[in-house]
Design a protein around this ligand. Sequence first.
Ligand code: DP6
Length: 322
Amino acid sequence: MKVSAPSNIAFIKYWGKQPPLNDQTRNLATNSSLSMTLTRARSIVEIRDSSESRDVIEVFGAPAKPKDQEKIVKHVERICAYLEITNRSPLLVKSDNTFPAGTGLASSASSFAALTFALIGHFKGRSFLESSIKTQLPFLSALARRGSGSAARSVCGPYMLWDGPSARAIPCHWKLYDTVLMLSKVHKAVPSSEGHLLAMENPEFSDRIKRLPARTAAVLEALDQRSISRLGPLIEEEALEMHQMSRTAPNPVDYLLPSTKTVLHAVQNLKSRNFFFTLDAGPNIHFISETPIKSSIEDLLRNLNIKSEIWEDEAGIGPELL
Ligand code: DP6
């Protein structure tokens, strides 16, 4: 079984986890989050029976690192428990991305969404998976969430609200673009799973949580009205606040590079613009716009003498069975 699932970019961030009581309640967020599902940035997961007497896990064409192996096998066990499969044969799991990992394109979101779907398809067959997608999407989202929180929002699209155990699609068919400035492809020093917990130690964190329902409602309204001039300032304020929580925590983490700050500063000083930024837990900048804006970003970089690859993406509909 082979499935591809997209990454997503959060407009309202999942940044903070409720204390994990057990595996069922794993990765429950401290707040609702809202994201746009992407189209091109995807993970492709293929699952077959292994020819060896053990699970073989390959990530990006090489044997998985022990930590990744452990997380993937744990997720296999989770899905087996959900499907009440007690005696399974060893698996060959191959996971690949269309984009470089660790670049702020949220590879754990797409990979755990794809893994969840591929495992269900492998064990129960394609038509069971297809009918689960139609009728059980909240369960699939909650299962993916236990692999990685943001994966809860990669099971459908184009806009997802994750509220409680699972995420659901928001009825909005607005085509927005995400132009990503890939300022670094180096893996982040502090993984998000740790970053969540460090940010929660910030004394300002509880005030952020109080502010979020109003901001989330305003983002939903902006999506409903398809108003980029209302949406833009909200997502920028949200991204900066999330990074502020980490940068000013008792154990501070600054995910941004000097070049990220230079570009953000230049963007904020532009007299007028038709694109707005957001950031994940990394140095790369996502520009959200209603039209493709690669050439405007290239002009900006030329003026700043900064070299960067640019990834062009756009709102998408979710996983695909291959
Ligand atoms: C900054 O989903 O990567 O991208 O649940 O520990 O796997 P785990 O964390 P993860 O956190 C993503 C955080 C974020 C914001 C977001 O996508 O909402």
